[in-house]
Design a protein around this ligand. Structure first.
Ligand SMILES: Nc1ncnc2c1ncn2[C@@H]1O[C@H](COP(=O)(O)OP(=O)(O)OP(=O)(O)O)[C@@H](O)[C@H]1O
Ligand SMILES: [Mg+2]
Length: 116
């Protein structure tokens, strides 16, 4: 199993939910977060001004989606996200992937893929 953490533009959440529904994911956890990437949140050239202090980092609203999936779903999700969630402009987001050792459905005690 793999956990995929996808950080995307808020307006792309519905499309990502459709992709995850199509691969029959067992569940997902979604949070509203603030973040920046390599542009440090700078939308236009110049130094940002926040509450009177000069700063070189600005945080933009993003959506963080955590989903634990079977190993063989990972590449399908990446392909669909690249096709349907990318706009081609900076700030489209990122996907981070890590191994998940085990999963347990608390109600039944099922383990591993069966618990997803
Ligand atoms: N290295 C990172 N660690 C943690 N979160 C990150 C990292 N890079 C990006 N993020 C998160 O992803 C969001 C979107 O990042 P973004 O798409 O701007 O990345 P980027 O590297 O600047 O790529 P691009 O040049 O396409 O904009 C950020 O606002 C932040 O929440
Ligand atoms: Mg960026």
């Amino acid at each position: 199993m793999k956990e995929m953490v996808l950080i995307i533009r808020p307006e792309m959440l519905e499309e990502l939910k459709s992709i995850l529904d199509e691969i029959h994911c067992g569940g997902m956890t979604i949070s509203s977060v603030m973040g920046c990437g390599t542009q440090k949140g700078v939308v236009e050239n110049g130094v940002n001004q926040i509450k009177g202090f000069k700063t070189t980092i600005n945080l933009l609203p993003k959506i963080r989606v955590e989903v634990v999936v079977e190993d063989n779903s990972v590449e399908n999700i990446i392909t669909s996200v690249r096709e349907r969630v990318a706009t081609g402009r900076v700030g489209d987001g990122k996907i981070f992937i890590r191994n998940i050792e085990d999963a347990i459905r608390i109600r039944t005690g099922e383990r591993g893929n069966k618990a997803l």
